[in-house]
Design a protein around this ligand. Structure first.
Ligand SMILES: NC(=O)c1ccc[n+]([C@@H]2O[C@H](COP(=O)([O-])OP(=O)(O)OC[C@H]3O[C@@H](n4cnc5c(N)ncnc54)[C@H](OP(=O)(O)O)[C@@H]3O)[C@@H](O)[C@H]2O)c1
Length: 316
Protein backbone atom coordinates (compact mmCIF):
# COMPACT_ATOMS: atom_id res chain seq x y z
CA UNK A 1 0.00 0.00 0.00
CA UNK A 2 1.10 3.53 -0.65
CA UNK A 3 0.91 6.42 1.78
CA UNK A 4 0.79 8.71 -1.23
CA UNK A 5 -2.43 10.43 -2.24
CA UNK A 6 -4.00 8.35 -5.01
CA UNK A 7 -5.33 10.15 -8.08
CA UNK A 8 -7.78 8.03 -10.12
CA UNK A 9 -7.16 9.07 -13.72
CA UNK A 10 -9.83 8.56 -16.38
CA UNK A 11 -8.49 8.39 -19.93
CA UNK A 12 -5.02 7.53 -18.59
CA UNK A 13 -4.11 5.79 -21.84
CA UNK A 14 -5.21 8.86 -23.79
CA UNK A 15 -4.05 12.43 -24.28
CA UNK A 16 -5.24 14.41 -21.26
CA UNK A 17 -5.22 11.63 -18.65
CA UNK A 18 -1.93 10.31 -20.03
CA UNK A 19 -0.28 13.70 -19.55
CA UNK A 20 -1.49 13.80 -15.96
CA UNK A 21 -0.39 10.22 -15.24
CA UNK A 22 3.09 10.84 -16.64
CA UNK A 23 3.41 14.16 -14.76
CA UNK A 24 2.60 12.49 -11.44
CA UNK A 25 4.85 9.49 -12.12
CA UNK A 26 7.76 11.75 -13.11
CA UNK A 27 7.59 13.51 -9.74
CA UNK A 28 8.55 10.72 -7.35
CA UNK A 29 8.76 13.05 -4.35
CA UNK A 30 5.47 14.79 -5.16
CA UNK A 31 3.36 12.76 -2.73
CA UNK A 32 0.86 11.51 -5.31
CA UNK A 33 0.28 8.08 -6.87
CA UNK A 34 -1.51 7.23 -10.13
CA UNK A 35 -4.40 4.85 -10.44
CA UNK A 36 -4.84 4.55 -14.19
CA UNK A 37 -8.34 3.61 -15.37
CA UNK A 38 -8.52 1.62 -18.58
CA UNK A 39 -10.91 -0.82 -20.19
CA UNK A 40 -7.95 -2.97 -21.16
CA UNK A 41 -5.08 -3.34 -18.67
CA UNK A 42 -3.29 -5.58 -21.20
CA UNK A 43 -2.98 -2.89 -23.86
CA UNK A 44 0.49 -1.59 -24.69
CA UNK A 45 -0.36 1.88 -23.39
CA UNK A 46 -1.67 0.49 -20.08
CA UNK A 47 1.41 -1.69 -19.67
CA UNK A 48 3.66 1.28 -20.35
CA UNK A 49 1.97 3.19 -17.52
CA UNK A 50 2.38 0.19 -15.21
CA UNK A 51 6.10 0.08 -16.04
CA UNK A 52 6.35 3.75 -15.04
CA UNK A 53 4.82 2.88 -11.67
CA UNK A 54 1.06 3.38 -12.12
CA UNK A 55 -1.50 1.11 -10.52
CA UNK A 56 -3.55 0.06 -13.53
CA UNK A 57 -7.18 -0.86 -12.90
CA UNK A 58 -9.82 -2.16 -15.27
CA UNK A 59 -12.74 0.27 -15.37
CA UNK A 60 -15.36 1.36 -17.85
CA UNK A 61 -16.99 4.71 -17.23
CA UNK A 62 -20.25 3.17 -18.44
CA UNK A 63 -20.09 0.54 -15.67
CA UNK A 64 -20.91 2.02 -12.24
CA UNK A 65 -19.53 -0.94 -10.26
CA UNK A 66 -16.15 -0.77 -11.95
CA UNK A 67 -16.05 2.99 -11.38
CA UNK A 68 -16.91 2.53 -7.68
CA UNK A 69 -14.01 0.11 -7.30
CA UNK A 70 -11.67 2.42 -9.18
CA UNK A 71 -12.48 5.39 -6.91
CA UNK A 72 -12.27 3.47 -3.62
CA UNK A 73 -9.66 5.06 -1.34
CA UNK A 74 -8.71 7.69 -3.92
CA UNK A 75 -7.81 11.19 -2.73
CA UNK A 76 -8.47 12.73 -6.13
CA UNK A 77 -9.99 11.98 -9.50
CA UNK A 78 -9.35 13.40 -12.95
CA UNK A 79 -12.55 13.23 -14.98
CA UNK A 80 -12.65 13.52 -18.76
CA UNK A 81 -15.17 12.28 -21.33
CA UNK A 82 -14.64 11.01 -24.85
CA UNK A 83 -17.02 12.87 -27.17
CA UNK A 84 -15.28 11.97 -30.42
CA UNK A 85 -15.60 8.24 -29.68
CA UNK A 86 -19.40 8.43 -30.04
CA UNK A 87 -20.51 12.02 -30.94
CA UNK A 88 -23.32 11.80 -28.36
CA UNK A 89 -23.90 14.69 -25.92
CA UNK A 90 -26.31 12.50 -23.94
CA UNK A 91 -23.68 9.83 -23.49
CA UNK A 92 -21.06 12.40 -22.57
CA UNK A 93 -23.39 13.87 -19.95
CA UNK A 94 -24.22 10.40 -18.55
CA UNK A 95 -20.53 9.51 -18.29
CA UNK A 96 -19.73 12.76 -16.48
CA UNK A 97 -22.64 12.10 -14.11
CA UNK A 98 -21.38 8.56 -13.47
CA UNK A 99 -17.92 9.87 -12.52
CA UNK A 100 -19.36 12.64 -10.32
CA UNK A 101 -21.63 10.15 -8.52
CA UNK A 102 -18.81 7.67 -7.99
CA UNK A 103 -16.55 10.46 -6.67
CA UNK A 104 -19.28 11.54 -4.26
CA UNK A 105 -19.89 8.00 -2.95
CA UNK A 106 -16.15 7.38 -2.51
CA UNK A 107 -15.77 10.74 -0.72
CA UNK A 108 -13.03 11.83 -3.11
CA UNK A 109 -11.42 15.03 -1.76
CA UNK A 110 -10.60 16.77 -5.01
CA UNK A 111 -11.82 16.31 -8.56
CA UNK A 112 -10.48 18.02 -11.67
CA UNK A 113 -13.18 17.93 -14.35
CA UNK A 114 -12.04 18.62 -17.91
CA UNK A 115 -14.79 20.81 -19.28
CA UNK A 116 -15.61 23.52 -21.81
CA UNK A 117 -17.99 26.47 -21.97
CA UNK A 118 -21.70 26.39 -22.75
CA UNK A 119 -21.57 28.22 -26.09
CA UNK A 120 -25.29 29.00 -25.84
CA UNK A 121 -24.41 31.82 -23.43
CA UNK A 122 -22.92 33.58 -26.47
CA UNK A 123 -25.17 32.19 -29.19
CA UNK A 124 -28.63 31.27 -27.90
CA UNK A 125 -30.48 28.53 -29.77
CA UNK A 126 -32.73 31.21 -31.31
CA UNK A 127 -29.67 32.88 -32.91
CA UNK A 128 -29.54 32.04 -36.60
CA UNK A 129 -25.86 32.93 -37.08
CA UNK A 130 -25.09 29.23 -36.81
CA UNK A 131 -27.28 26.13 -37.05
CA UNK A 132 -28.65 24.41 -33.96
CA UNK A 133 -27.27 20.87 -33.84
CA UNK A 134 -28.79 17.68 -32.42
CA UNK A 135 -31.92 19.63 -31.43
CA UNK A 136 -30.57 21.71 -28.54
CA UNK A 137 -26.91 22.54 -28.98
CA UNK A 138 -24.77 25.03 -30.84
CA UNK A 139 -21.47 23.24 -30.17
CA UNK A 140 -22.51 19.81 -28.86
CA UNK A 141 -19.08 18.76 -27.52
CA UNK A 142 -18.78 22.02 -25.58
CA UNK A 143 -22.38 22.43 -24.41
CA UNK A 144 -22.78 18.92 -23.02
CA UNK A 145 -19.58 19.21 -20.96
CA UNK A 146 -20.77 22.54 -19.55
CA UNK A 147 -24.16 21.04 -18.72
CA UNK A 148 -22.38 18.36 -16.70
CA UNK A 149 -20.62 21.02 -14.56
CA UNK A 150 -23.74 21.44 -12.45
CA UNK A 151 -23.84 17.72 -11.62
CA UNK A 152 -20.50 17.98 -9.84
CA UNK A 153 -21.72 21.12 -8.05
CA UNK A 154 -25.16 19.75 -7.13
CA UNK A 155 -23.69 16.56 -5.73
CA UNK A 156 -21.29 18.60 -3.61
CA UNK A 157 -18.19 17.06 -5.18
CA UNK A 158 -15.16 19.32 -4.50
CA UNK A 159 -14.38 20.07 -8.13
CA UNK A 160 -12.02 22.34 -10.04
CA UNK A 161 -13.39 23.04 -13.51
CA UNK A 162 -10.57 22.90 -16.06
CA UNK A 163 -11.29 24.77 -19.31
CA UNK A 164 -9.06 23.18 -21.94
CA UNK A 165 -7.93 24.45 -25.35
CA UNK A 166 -7.51 23.22 -28.93
CA UNK A 167 -4.79 20.54 -28.97
CA UNK A 168 -2.00 21.24 -31.45
CA UNK A 169 -2.03 17.43 -31.88
CA UNK A 170 -5.12 18.02 -34.04
CA UNK A 171 -2.56 18.89 -36.74
CA UNK A 172 -1.33 15.28 -36.44
CA UNK A 173 -4.40 13.15 -35.67
CA UNK A 174 -7.52 15.12 -36.48
CA UNK A 175 -6.88 15.73 -40.17
CA UNK A 176 -6.20 19.44 -39.61
CA UNK A 177 -2.55 19.46 -40.69
CA UNK A 178 -1.20 21.31 -43.74
CA UNK A 179 -2.65 20.01 -46.99
CA UNK A 180 -1.81 20.78 -50.60
CA UNK A 181 -4.26 23.04 -52.41
CA UNK A 182 -4.97 23.27 -56.14
CA UNK A 183 -1.81 25.38 -56.49
CA UNK A 184 0.27 22.56 -55.01
CA UNK A 185 1.12 24.67 -51.94
CA UNK A 186 0.61 23.53 -48.39
CA UNK A 187 -2.03 25.32 -46.33
CA UNK A 188 -3.80 25.01 -43.01
CA UNK A 189 -7.52 25.64 -43.28
CA UNK A 190 -9.38 27.32 -40.45
CA UNK A 191 -12.45 29.57 -40.21
CA UNK A 192 -10.86 31.92 -37.66
CA UNK A 193 -10.53 35.10 -39.76
CA UNK A 194 -7.64 37.09 -38.30
CA UNK A 195 -8.48 36.09 -34.73
CA UNK A 196 -6.14 34.14 -32.47
CA UNK A 197 -6.79 30.53 -31.53
CA UNK A 198 -5.76 29.47 -28.01
CA UNK A 199 -3.92 26.16 -28.43
CA UNK A 200 -1.96 23.79 -26.23
CA UNK A 201 0.19 20.66 -26.36
CA UNK A 202 -2.18 17.93 -25.18
CA UNK A 203 0.45 16.68 -22.72
CA UNK A 204 0.42 20.10 -21.04
CA UNK A 205 -3.27 19.76 -20.13
CA UNK A 206 -2.42 16.86 -17.84
CA UNK A 207 0.61 18.70 -16.47
CA UNK A 208 -1.61 21.66 -15.59
CA UNK A 209 -4.13 19.32 -13.97
CA UNK A 210 -1.28 18.00 -11.83
CA UNK A 211 -0.50 21.58 -10.81
CA UNK A 212 -4.11 21.92 -9.63
CA UNK A 213 -3.95 18.68 -7.62
CA UNK A 214 -0.75 19.94 -5.98
CA UNK A 215 -2.50 23.16 -4.98
CA UNK A 216 -5.14 20.94 -3.39
CA UNK A 217 -8.84 20.94 -2.53
CA UNK A 218 -8.74 24.67 -1.76
CA UNK A 219 -9.06 25.02 -5.56
CA UNK A 220 -12.49 23.34 -5.54
CA UNK A 221 -15.25 25.53 -6.91
CA UNK A 222 -12.84 27.45 -9.14
CA UNK A 223 -12.75 27.48 -12.93
CA UNK A 224 -9.23 27.41 -14.34
CA UNK A 225 -8.63 28.00 -18.06
CA UNK A 226 -5.39 27.01 -19.77
CA UNK A 227 -3.60 27.34 -23.09
CA UNK A 228 -0.01 27.29 -24.32
CA UNK A 229 -0.22 30.23 -26.72
CA UNK A 230 -2.78 32.22 -28.70
CA UNK A 231 -1.93 32.39 -32.41
CA UNK A 232 -3.72 33.53 -35.56
CA UNK A 233 -3.92 31.33 -38.65
CA UNK A 234 -1.25 33.51 -40.28
CA UNK A 235 1.03 33.13 -37.25
CA UNK A 236 0.61 29.36 -37.14
CA UNK A 237 1.27 29.13 -40.89
CA UNK A 238 4.49 31.12 -40.38
CA UNK A 239 5.59 28.71 -37.66
CA UNK A 240 4.81 25.73 -39.91
CA UNK A 241 6.83 27.34 -42.70
CA UNK A 242 9.82 27.73 -40.39
CA UNK A 243 9.55 24.25 -38.90
CA UNK A 244 8.86 22.34 -42.13
CA UNK A 245 11.23 24.44 -44.26
CA UNK A 246 8.59 24.83 -46.92
CA UNK A 247 5.85 27.38 -47.54
CA UNK A 248 2.67 26.86 -45.58
CA UNK A 249 -0.19 29.32 -46.08
CA UNK A 250 -3.23 30.10 -43.97
CA UNK A 251 -6.33 29.24 -45.99
CA UNK A 252 -9.07 31.27 -44.38
CA UNK A 253 -12.55 29.90 -45.01
CA UNK A 254 -15.93 30.91 -43.63
CA UNK A 255 -17.55 28.87 -40.86
CA UNK A 256 -20.31 27.97 -43.37
CA UNK A 257 -17.71 26.48 -45.70
CA UNK A 258 -16.06 24.60 -42.83
CA UNK A 259 -19.42 23.17 -41.68
CA UNK A 260 -19.95 21.91 -45.22
CA UNK A 261 -16.70 19.90 -45.39
CA UNK A 262 -18.73 16.79 -44.66
CA UNK A 263 -16.39 14.88 -42.37
CA UNK A 264 -17.97 13.56 -39.13
CA UNK A 265 -18.20 16.46 -36.69
CA UNK A 266 -17.62 19.19 -39.32
CA UNK A 267 -20.75 21.12 -38.29
CA UNK A 268 -19.86 20.90 -34.60
CA UNK A 269 -16.31 22.14 -35.32
CA UNK A 270 -17.50 24.83 -37.75
CA UNK A 271 -19.75 26.23 -35.03
CA UNK A 272 -16.95 25.88 -32.49
CA UNK A 273 -14.49 27.90 -34.55
CA UNK A 274 -17.17 30.52 -35.23
CA UNK A 275 -17.72 30.95 -31.48
CA UNK A 276 -13.95 31.19 -30.93
CA UNK A 277 -13.72 33.79 -33.71
CA UNK A 278 -16.77 35.89 -32.86
CA UNK A 279 -16.33 35.85 -29.06
CA UNK A 280 -12.56 35.85 -29.27
CA UNK A 281 -11.87 38.25 -26.39
CA UNK A 282 -14.03 36.28 -23.93
CA UNK A 283 -12.69 32.99 -25.16
CA UNK A 284 -9.05 34.05 -24.87
CA UNK A 285 -9.47 35.81 -21.53
CA UNK A 286 -10.76 32.54 -20.04
CA UNK A 287 -7.57 30.60 -20.93
CA UNK A 288 -4.46 32.69 -20.36
CA UNK A 289 -1.07 31.06 -21.01
CA UNK A 290 0.36 32.76 -17.92
CA UNK A 291 -2.16 30.94 -15.71
CA UNK A 292 -1.22 27.64 -17.33
CA UNK A 293 2.50 28.38 -16.89
CA UNK A 294 1.98 29.07 -13.18
CA UNK A 295 0.55 25.54 -12.86
CA UNK A 296 3.07 23.98 -15.23
CA UNK A 297 6.39 25.79 -15.70
CA UNK A 298 7.32 23.38 -18.55
CA UNK A 299 4.41 24.68 -20.69
CA UNK A 300 5.31 24.51 -24.40
CA UNK A 301 4.91 27.27 -26.95
CA UNK A 302 3.69 26.34 -30.44
CA UNK A 303 7.23 26.69 -31.78
CA UNK A 304 8.60 24.31 -29.14
CA UNK A 305 5.74 21.86 -29.75
CA UNK A 306 6.29 21.99 -33.54
CA UNK A 307 10.02 21.48 -33.19
CA UNK A 308 9.41 18.31 -31.16
CA UNK A 309 6.51 17.02 -33.30
CA UNK A 310 7.05 18.16 -36.90
CA UNK A 311 8.10 14.71 -38.05
CA UNK A 312 4.76 13.30 -36.85
CA UNK A 313 2.67 15.66 -38.98
CA UNK A 314 1.40 13.76 -42.01
CA UNK A 315 2.15 15.68 -45.22
CA UNK A 316 0.86 14.68 -48.62
N1 LIG B 1 -8.93 17.56 -29.63
C1 LIG B 1 -8.99 18.73 -29.03
O1 LIG B 1 -8.48 19.74 -29.51
C2 LIG B 1 -9.69 18.86 -27.70
C3 LIG B 1 -9.57 20.06 -27.01
C4 LIG B 1 -10.22 20.20 -25.78
C5 LIG B 1 -10.99 19.16 -25.29
N2 LIG B 1 -11.09 17.99 -26.00
C6 LIG B 1 -11.91 16.91 -25.43
O2 LIG B 1 -11.06 15.89 -24.97
C7 LIG B 1 -11.88 14.74 -24.76
C8 LIG B 1 -11.07 13.48 -25.02
O3 LIG B 1 -9.95 13.46 -24.21
P1 LIG B 1 -8.60 12.82 -24.74
O4 LIG B 1 -8.22 13.51 -26.00
O5 LIG B 1 -7.65 12.83 -23.61
O6 LIG B 1 -9.05 11.37 -25.11
P2 LIG B 1 -8.23 10.24 -25.90
O7 LIG B 1 -6.83 10.59 -26.11
O8 LIG B 1 -9.09 9.88 -27.07
O9 LIG B 1 -8.22 9.05 -24.85
C9 LIG B 1 -9.32 8.47 -24.43
C10 LIG B 1 -8.93 7.31 -23.53
O10 LIG B 1 -10.06 7.11 -22.69
C11 LIG B 1 -10.35 5.78 -22.57
N3 LIG B 1 -11.79 5.52 -22.66
C12 LIG B 1 -12.61 5.73 -23.71
N4 LIG B 1 -13.85 5.32 -23.39
C13 LIG B 1 -13.79 4.87 -22.12
C14 LIG B 1 -14.76 4.32 -21.23
N5 LIG B 1 -16.03 4.12 -21.59
N6 LIG B 1 -14.35 3.95 -19.99
C15 LIG B 1 -13.06 4.10 -19.61
N7 LIG B 1 -12.11 4.63 -20.41
C16 LIG B 1 -12.49 4.99 -21.65
C17 LIG B 1 -9.55 5.03 -23.61
O11 LIG B 1 -8.73 4.17 -22.89
P3 LIG B 1 -8.82 2.57 -22.91
O12 LIG B 1 -9.02 2.17 -24.34
O13 LIG B 1 -7.48 2.20 -22.36
O14 LIG B 1 -9.96 2.19 -22.02
C18 LIG B 1 -8.70 6.08 -24.31
O15 LIG B 1 -7.33 5.80 -24.31
C19 LIG B 1 -13.07 14.88 -25.69
O16 LIG B 1 -14.27 14.90 -24.95
C20 LIG B 1 -12.83 16.22 -26.40
O17 LIG B 1 -14.01 16.95 -26.62
C21 LIG B 1 -10.43 17.81 -27.18
Amino acid sequence: MTDKKIIAVAGATGAQGGGLARAILADAQGGFAVRALTRDPDSEKAKALARLGAEVVKADIGDADSLARAYEGAHGAFCVTFFWDHFSPDREFAEARAMASAAKRANVRHVVWSTLEDTRKWVPLSDSRMPTLQGKYKVPHFDSKAEADRIFTELGVPTTFLLTSFYWENFIYFGMGPKKGADGKLAITLPMGDRKLPGIAAEDIGRCAYGIFKQGPSQAGKTVGISGEHLSGEEMAREFTLALQQDVRYNEVSPETYRGFGFPGAEDLGNMFQVKRDFNDDFRRARRPEDARALNPALLTFRQWLSANKARIPLE
